[in-house]
Write a protein that binds this ligand. Structure first.
Ligand SMILES: [Zn+2]
Length: 110
């Protein structure tokens, strides 16, 4: 995971490729990154981050090998916050991508 970076179109364009990946979105509060949301995409990290511009001001990102890898990576980041009681805006646990039924969350088995 790399970041935090400023969440704007130009920064996203220079960092994120049109490949599977994961991200953490949040805001810079007096110089400290405060996470709001973890996310993943099975196909296009560049597009997913561009869609989030305007909602938050900062992001971390990491490319993934494939949708299953993106799922497991997102789970890891999701759990690293929520298992400590930190509240994200996610609607619950990350969803496993279609066609990857044999992939499990390494933290909780979901
Ligand atoms: Zn899990």
């Amino acid at each position: 995971m790399q970041g935090p970076f400023r969440l704007d179109q130009n920064t996203v364009e220079s960092k994120a490729k049109s490949r599977p990946g994961v991200y953490i979105l949040g805001n810079n509060i007096h110089g400290t990154f405060v996470a709001k949301l973890t996310g993943k995409t099975s196909s296009d990290l560049n597009a997913a981050l561009k869609k989030a511009t305007g909602r938050f001001d900062s992001f971390y990102y990491e490319h993934a090998k494939d949708p299953g890898d993106a799922y497991q990576k997102e789970c890891m980041y999701y759990h690293s916050y929520t298992d400590k009681g930190f509240r994200l805006e996610n609607d619950g646990h990350p969803e496993r991508p279609e066609g990857y039924d044999d992939i499990r969350c390494l933290q909780c088995g979901k």
